[in-house]
Design a binder for this molecule. Structure first.
Ligand code: DSN
Length: 434
């Protein structure tokens, strides 16, 4: 690898060396945390640019600081590309990340104390979908729903029953650990029936939607929220897509005279945030441009093909998967019947060079601190260029780890060496292609 950060190396060797070590670690192990992928060098260059110095509170053409000729053009480009990519009427690219984006969703359509429907974290939801220790569970009342514990899939009749009984003012659809297709149209029918807003959180699956291998939420949802990193391969950040006008005419919101787009913008700034992170917005514009290419759509499709092959490789070797398989980028190995926990398995896999996380599975009897599952994702490996052959090999390595939990200290280094050899045949942006 040629030298990438010559100034940093000289001025702060401690941080330089740690960044290099992390980069090498990620390039020589299997990055299978389902929410991670690899940003391109162009994205990283924009993110590391002089734009980090600029303050420009407000929106293009209406800022509270001077000197915005170029940053206005950058933010407008990001917005226009976002609109084109997702077919959205309105785009806000200023959220600092997914959690602030979701906070703005609440602030733009609801009042504190309102009921919302969301999936608890322990069932594969997100903290911001109403979890008790998060602002969303403290300021709003979560009505929980979850995948069926037996099938691992959403039971739309059951979800409709909860919605009709509880009449929440907003329904979240979106998960961090659901391996199956989300049918937004079905959720929209339920939301319309009870005059609730429908908001999709697509942080985990945005590239699959762009690639056309997962249904599109934009026509069916009032607001769509996303992070810009994860499988989209942009910078750390978030964005919001919405309709211009409000289907419910601000029914639950004090500022109902404003349209939906305006309320979202106001919720972000000045409601929740100050100066936009222009370096991240520029990098997001770059990522949106990359996501418009045929290569990106092939990446989105290959992510799913890889996940399916990995799932098949595990099923063939006798493992159980939550919901029986996957339609997306992720799968959950179900270790409920094993005498080791998800945490034990995740630790052992990491020792062997397979980096994932322990995660609860539907019907889990173990606590969230140990769990009975491991969540695996294929986005990062697909970005490296790995395909079906490599996925089957990975299933074999996972099997070897799980069959050798008792003597993992002996087995793990051997597998780790094999993994390093496999990774060496692929490309990691910013590491092996320099
Ligand atoms: N931390 C993310 C995940 O791993 O799913 C959610 O934001």
């Amino acid at each position: 690898m040629s030298e990438r950060y010559p100034h940093l190396k000289q001025s702060d060797p401690d941080i330089y060396n740690l960044i290099q070590k992390q980069a090498k670690y990620e390039a020589t192990t299997l990055k299978m945390i389902a929410s991670e992928s690899f940003a391109s060098i162009s994205v990283m260059e924009a993110c590391g640019s002089q734009l980090t110095n600029k303050y420009c509170e407000g929106y293009p053409g209406a800022r509270y600081y001077e000197g915005n000729e170029f940053v206005d053009q950058i933010e407008n480009l990001a917005i226009e590309r976002g609109k084109q990519l997702f077919g959205a009427e309105h785009v806000n690219v200023q959220p600092y990340s997914g959690s602030p984006a979701n906070q703005a969703v609440y602030r733009s359509i609801l009042n504190v104390g309102d009921k919302i429907m969301g999936i608890p974290v322990t069932d594969g939801g997100h903290l911001t979908h109403g979890w008790k220790v998060n602002f969303s569970g403290k300021d709003y009342v979560q009505i929980p729903y979850a995948p069926d514990p037996v099938t691992g899939k959403f039971d739309m009749d059951q979800i409709r029953g909860i919605a009709l009984r509880e009449r929440p003012k907003m329904i979240w659809t979106g998960t961090t650990a659901y391996p199956h297709t989300i049918h937004y149209k079905d959720f929209a029918e339920i939301a319309h029936e009870i005059d609730a807003y429908l908001v999709a959180d697509i942080a985990h699956i945005n590239a699959l939607i762009i690639a056309g291998v997962h249904p599109d939420p934009v026509p069916h949802c009032d607001i769509v929220s996303s992070t810009s990193h994860k499988m989209l391969r942009g910078p750390r950040g978030g964005f919001l897509l919405s309709k211009e006008e409000d289907r419910l005419h601000g029914k639950y919101h004090p500022e109902s005279k404003l349209n939906l787009a305006k309320r979202i913008d106001r919720a972000i700034f000045p409601g929740l945030q100050g100066g936009p992170h222009m370096h991240a917005i520029a990098a997001l514009a770059v990522a949106f441009k990359e996501a418009m290419t045929p290569e990106f759509r092939m990446y989105g499709k290959q992510i799913v093909d890889n996940a399916r092959t990995l799932a098949q490789g595990l099923l063939t070797r006798g493992y159980e998967l939550a919901g029986g398989g996957t339609d997306t980028h992720l799968l959950l190995i179900d270790f409920r019947k094993k005498d080791f926990t998800g945490k034990d398995a995740a630790r052992a896999l990491a020792q062997a060079g397979i980096i994932a996380n322990f995660n609860q599975v539907p019907g889990d009897h173990r606590s969230p601190f140990v769990t009975s599952g491991v969540r695996l994702g294929t986005s990062a490996l697909t970005s490296m260029g790995m395909k079906e052959t490599e996925m089957d090999q990975i299933a074999a390595w996972i099997d070897r780890v799980c069959r050798n939990m008792e003597n993992i200290d002996t087995v793990a280094p051997k597998i780790r060496a094999e993994i390093e050899e496999q990774c060496g045949r692929f490309t990691v942006p910013g590491y092996s292609d320099l």
